[in-house]
Write a protein that binds this ligand. Structure first.
Ligand code: FES
Ligand code: FES
Length: 153
């Protein structure tokens, strides 16, 4: 079945089962491999993308349910929040193995768009669904504070 999706501002047509998880449509059909597979059951956040600006776990989102909606992956992330997060991640050398980090960045950018000056509790709440097996949590929190400071100017 043909499904129209808008990914990173580009309209694409996929000939797939509408029940296929968005994650596989993105990775296998659109070849955007920055979005990672971790658990497959909405527990780790590795597969986080934005749907209409909101973080969404692509592993449990049927692609048919997001037809004609605006999907953003790590490859298409742009804007002031994305630039600030990327700079802060680099400055604090946040990733370790890197596997979870695209999901972490997607959640962090969505948080800063919603709350430009998040409290420590806001950060913990927004990032609680993103697991890092390398335990980079302290640097992630610091980097989000730093990105917020950069955005404030
Ligand atoms: S792979 Fe989707 S939340 Fe873990
Ligand atoms: S940096 Fe290795 S899993 Fe998070």
């Amino acid at each position: 079945m043909a499904i129209n999706v808008t990914v990173n501002g580009e309209q694409r047509t996929l000939d797939v089962d509408p029940q296929m998880p968005l994650l596989w449509a993105i990775r296998d059909h659109l070849r955007l491999t920055g979005t990672k597979f971790g658990c497959g059951i909405a527990q780790c956040g590795a597969c986080t993308v934005h749907v209409n600006g909101q973080p969404r776990r692509a592993c449990v989102t049927p692609v048919g349910s997001v037809a004609d909606q605006a999907i953003t992956t790590i490859e298409g992330l742009e804007g002031d929040e994305a630039v600030a997060v990327q700079a802060a991640w680099e400055q604090l050398d946040t990733p370790q193995c890197g596997y979870c980090q695209s999901g972490q960045v997607m959640s962090a950018v969505a948080l800063l768009k919603q709350r430009p000056k998040p409290s420590a509790q806001d950060i913990d709440a927004a990032m609680s669904g993103n697991v890092c097996r390398c335990a980079t949590y302290v640097r992630i929190r610091e980097a989000i504070h730093l990105a917020a400071d950069k955005l404030e100017g």
